[in-house]
Write a protein that binds this ligand. Structure first.
Ligand SMILES: [Mn+2]
Length: 357
């Protein structure tokens, strides 16, 4: 499904809310977009006199602190849950399912009647609209949704909400410097610095409204794309050295074991962006990075070009995402080696099907 709900309905709901307590739940393992859109929306809601808290699942990557440093961001814990008041509204950002809340799933379960709003740009797995709204997790609640896979990022969507509220609202909402930085970082993160095919004229339009003379764009892009430490680059070079290719030379993959990370003093954060880099190699249609989280828990990143729909491959294994960037987690289905075989086999089959059509 391409789209569910729209900008106007979300703007109408947001502009008619009485001041209330709102919590924002971005997806687990936050990236620049998840952090940027959360910080941006929190700022907008605070300008409308709401009390807002962003609750993340785990401490975000410290390199990305500049995206949310002025925001009411909390890391989830049992203690936090105990002290938490009943929210009037729960907002899911950059995802559309309680599956991506991880431990924070307790929050909507603790408040089964609280209204939910969802703003997202990931493909919807359910085929029909009805199916989506009738899910158990949304039962007995009012739910407002805007999901559009043609938006580059949720940060872009939040930018649009700001602009639209200013056109129609009575109260002037401003992009302050911190908000501009948050949203630009989110758009940059999901578009690879306005380089990926999801970049549209709308992305450039929103960026043009966000950019200011007191922002230096390298301060936004370097922490996302550069600023890698030498140790990390040395480890990545080993991944490139040992990555495997299929016989046609259009599929590349590598499996990162825990042992490999330990030997190289690396961690999972160091692997962010590596799959995209593998995809940038000439002739590669699909890049797959397997990561052994533990013996029975394998996380998989997928990146492709216009010749392959990697969301289809991800959905086959219970994951999801975008046509050119998706992922999945495979638990209790075998060792890293076995999972690699399974996924490479399915990927090759889908690639062969595509060629024969
Ligand atoms: Mn996103």
């Amino acid at each position: 499904m391409q789209k569910l709900g729209d900008l106007n309905s979300i703007v109408n709901v947001l502009s008619s809310l009485e001041p209330q307590y709102i919590i924002i739940l971005p997806h687990v393992r936050t990236d620049p977009d998840a952090l940027g859109c959360s910080a941006g929306l929190a700022n907008l809601l605070m300008q409308l006199s709401h009390k807002v808290e962003i609750i993340v699942d785990e401490e975000p990557d410290q390199k990305l602190k500049y995206i949310y440093e002025d925001s009411p961001l909390n890391v989830f814990s049992k203690e936090f849950l105990k002290k938490m008041e009943k929210p009037d509204l729960i907002i899911y950002l950059d995802h559309h399912s309680e599956k991506r809340l991880n431990q924070r799933i307790e929050i909507p379960h603790l408040y089964p009647q609280t209204q939910i709003m969802i703003i997202d740009h990931h493909l919807i797995e359910a085929e029909e609209k009805e199916k989506f709204y009738n899910q158990k997790e949304f039962k007995n609640r009012k739910i407002d949704v805007w999901i559009d896979k043609n938006r580059s990022s949720v940060s872009e969507m939040i930018g649009e909400i700001f602009l639209s509220m200013n056109l129609h609202g009575e109260k002037q909402i401003i992009f302050d410097r911190a908000t501009s930085i948050s949203l630009l970082a989110g758009i940059y993160g999901d578009t690879g610095g306005l380089r990926y095919s999801n970049t549209t004229s709308r992305s450039y339009f929103v960026c043009s409204k966000l950019m200011r003379d007191d922002i230096s764009i390298d301060k936004i892009s370097d922490p996302i794309f550069a600023n890698k430490n030498l140790n990390q680059i040395r480890m990545i070079s080993k991944i490139f050295e040992n990555a495997e290719l299929n016989s046609q030379g259009n599929l590349i993959w590598y499996g990162v074991t825990q042992e490999f990370l330990d030997e190289n003093n690396g961690n999972q954060d160091d692997l962010e962006g590596v799959c995209s880099q593998l995809r940038e190699i000439e002739n590669i249609d699909l890049a797959i990075l397997f990561r052994e989280i533990d013996a029975n828990d394998i996380r998989i990143n997928l990146r492709s070009n216009e010749n392959f729909d990697c969301a289809e491959l991800a959905r086959f294994f219970g994951g999801g995402g975008h046509i050119r960037a998706s992922g999945m987690t495979i638990k209790n289905q075998g060792t890293l080696k076995e999972v690699m075989q399974l996924v490479i086999h399915k990927a090759s089959e889908l690639m062969a099907n595509k060629q024969s059509h």
